[in-house]
Write a protein that binds this ligand. Sequence first.
Ligand SMILES: [Zn+2]
Ligand SMILES: [Zn+2]
Length: 349
Amino acid sequence: MNESVVKSESYSCGACGGTVHFDPDTQNLKCEYCSSITEFTPPEIEIEAYDLEAGLEQCNTDWKQESRVIHCDSCGAETVLEGRNTSQSCAFCDSPHVSDIDSQPGIKPESLIPFQLCEAKAKQSFKKWIKGKFFADTKAKSAHRMDNIKGVYVPYWVFDTDTTTSYKGKRGKRVRTGSGKNRRTSTRWTNVSGVYEKNFRNVNICGSDQIKKMGLSEKMEYKFEELKGYSPVYLSGFVAEKYIRGVEDSWEICKNKIKKAIVSGIKRQIGGDRQQVTSMKTQYENTKYKHVLCPIFVSVYKYKDKEYPFIVNGQSGKIEGKYPLSVPKVIGAVVVALIVISLLIWQSS
Ligand SMILES: [Zn+2]
Ligand SMILES: [Zn+2]
């Protein structure tokens, strides 16, 4: 079995006996009290992708032995804590009303992307981001109060699949007829059919709705080449969100997502000036999935008693968030746009 055994002594500092947490800067364990570094050797796990056809039986559901599930009474978020970790508040809404519940944490992730950024760097990344926002209120740029920023591993289902699509459609060619005032442009259509093949790799579907509930897009980009075999050590100092969407439902979402890519691929293959796809049938082969944890920092930015949620990608430092708009700047931009438009109309008349 690919069990990663973490010895209990690796959770306390060799120098002072204090609690140690995973440290993104060194990718080792760092003491909370004396900052000593305890070396952590990542487990040697070959990261397997499971066959979707074969079902869930192959998966390891035995995550409960080394973790606990925490429920937030305020926002409903369910997070998984590494057994020794403690949590005083919810990672998503900061509510202190959290409690241990007797629930299965679900399929154990076999791999994850470790945090590459520490909290301080995530905050710096946010400051840079808000500074670069032209339409943000200038005062907001200097008045951020990020009381709390928390690292959370978000569950993703990552799919690989090879697709073959047979399709029928139409190719449109623009033709000009007549001359002078009788000149017309029309489209001449010819029927086409064909087969379009495309292999998809690492298509990721978020297994939870918590980020969406914050009003943010969950389409964070990750470099999946940097996946590491799961070890509870990576979770020390962080929490993992429990997935609410299983692999079957996520596969349905994934198919919809790749359908868009297939349709645009078919249109490129059809060529011409305009294209129509009238029917298509896709076959999926070698479909495999991985249950992966991806790192984000979650925080809320307060400005004039209003809250603006934001998240920081724990691997790349990219930000997804809301920010207070500067009303004069927005009005100014609209006025400029209106002037430009009326000048253009005036010139062409
Ligand atoms: Zn120490
Ligand atoms: Zn909450």
